[in-house]
Design a protein around this ligand. Structure first.
Ligand code: KIV
Length: 454
């Protein structure tokens, strides 16, 4: 059980009949790791890897899987089709089946190809988009507002005419689009049969109050909006994608587009794990009772799988899934953790499926030493060391602990020097996680010297 987050009860997802008429507090998770995530430079996935990730997304309980951009290549088409057939038909004991979605530009060829790939799923969706900002319409599309409206309207209609009953529409670069124009084009695509309206902050330029207001304004001013789901899609160029996504949901969006580890174009997307844990920890009390249906215990496995398959490493201090997210190095924090885990952890590692080697997440290194040397918390540094030794199976008395402690300090100092030397010699930046750590093997060597001295 979590410490602060345990207050929030994980509720069952509502039945997906048409998606938009379920529990008003339920916020759908639309995962686009396999589409926008794969657009990260260097992150190409094989079809088999995509299938594995899609299966992991099902374990997480993701509502909608954007499996790819079928018109982009034959491989992408085949991968989406396979996911539609294999993952889009797997019904679990709760009757849950994910929606399988394919992206398409607003043209007949793309839409037809997307439909041909996703139609094998029990719940297929075509997601079509066209840019609506002044800069995109003038320089990229070279089209007028009226031309863009006409294309969007007719292409949503075309998708529906193929038999696709679930059509998502995105006005690309909505964050920089004229509001009145947005209300108009969104109203037209609703009339043409769109079921979800996704509002992308394509260049990640908005700040949370602004993005929240954009969603609130669309909700208040778009004709027919009450019959569809509003969605967010926030890029991370200013590092605000998670905050913007949450602001969008609080303002009325009921679908959030995210990726595992926050991968995606340029600086990436809102990360699934951050958004989901924010709702799990704070949804009931400060986010208006909003909740998602994600089984958070599968988060760590999903993160590791995506990291390994894409080769995009997760930074050590990344929220929720970073190597240091549940590690405590300073003496003050270690002391608190040993007394009560709630002092410095708002999420229990179990809640995200993390097994850590030492219960209190204690890392022995430079900071614990500093606090000891400064004469502060002398006890806590020793306490942490004693605890770690106990986990390794060594019970030591106070005298032994004192001796081991000073040897431990010498090892930590040596490690610091050797890290710096190797940094200079190789001219490479050492990843944070390798810096200033004393490993269990070091400790065993130390304690053995002390305990088994003749
Ligand atoms: O960032 C973006 O605008 C997109 C859309 C296609 C949703 O990825």
């Amino acid at each position: 059980t979590s410490i602060s987050c345990s207050l929030h009860r994980q509720r069952r997802r509502p039945e997906y009949v048409p998606s938009h008429i379920a529990d008003p507090n339920y916020v759908r998770i639309f995962d686009t790791t396999l589409r926008d995530g794969e657009q990260s430079p260097g992150a190409t996935l094989t079809s088999k890897e995509k299938l594995d990730i899609a299966r992991q997304l099902v374990k997480l309980g993701v509502d909608i899987i954007e499996a790819g951009f079928p018109a982009a290549s034959k491989d992408d088409f085949e991968a989406v089709k396979t996911i539609a057939k294999e993952v889009g038909n797997s019904i679990d004991e709760d009757g849950y089946v994910p929606v399988i979605c394919g992206l398409s530009r607003c043209n007949e060829r793309d839409i037809k190809t997307a439909w041909e790939a996703v139609k094998y799923a029990k719940r297929p969706r075509v997601h079509t988009f066209i840019a609506t900002s002044g800069i995109h319409m003038e320089y990229k599309l070279r089209k007028t507002k009226q031309e863009v409206i006409e294309i969007a309207r007719s292409m949503v209609k075309f998708a529906r005419s193929l038999g696709c009953q679930d059509v998502e529409f995105s006005p690309e670069d909505a964050g920089r689009s004229d509001r009145e124009f947005l209300y108009e084009i969104l109203g037209e695509v609703i009339k043409a049969g769109a079921t979800t309206l996704n509002i992308p902050d394509t260049v990640g330029i908005t700040v949370p109050s602004e993005f929240g207001q954009l969603i609130a304004d669309i909700k208040a001013n778009t004709p027919g909006i009450e019959n569809v789901i509003i969605s967010t899609h926030c890029q991370n160029d200013l590092g605000l994608s998670t905050a913007n996504t949450i602001a969008g949901a609080v303002a009325g969006a009921r679908q959030m587009e995210v990726t595992i580890n926050g991968i995606g174009e340029r600086a990436g997307n809102a990360s699934l794990e951050e958004v989901v844990m924010a709702f799990k920890c704070r949804g009931e009390h400060v986010l208006g009772g909003l909740y998602t249906g994600i089984n958070t215990r599968h988060i760590v496995m999903a993160s590791k799988m995506v990291e390994e398959y894409t080769g995009l490493h997760v930074q050590p201090h990344k929220a929720i899934v970073g190597a240091n997210a549940f590690a405590h190095e300073s003496g003050i924090h270690q002391d608190g953790m040993l007394k009560h885990k709630g002092t410095y952890e708002i999420i229990s590692p179990d809640d995200i499926g993390l097994e850590r080697s030492n219960e209190a997440g204690i890392v022995l290194g430079k900071l614990s030493l500093c606090s000891i040397e400064m004469g502060v918390l002398k006890y806590s540094g020793r306490h942490a060391l004693k605890d770690q030794l106990k986990e390794l199976g060594y019970e030591v008395d106070d005298e032994q602990l004192g001796n081991i402690f000073w040897r431990f300090k010498a090892v930590a100092e040596t490690k610091k020097i050797s890290v710096e030397l190797s940094f200079e010699a190789s001219n490479k930046v050492m990843p944070d996680k390798f810096c200033l750590r004393v490993t269990d093997a070091d400790l065993i060597a130390l304690v053995s010297d002390e305990v088994f001295q003749p």
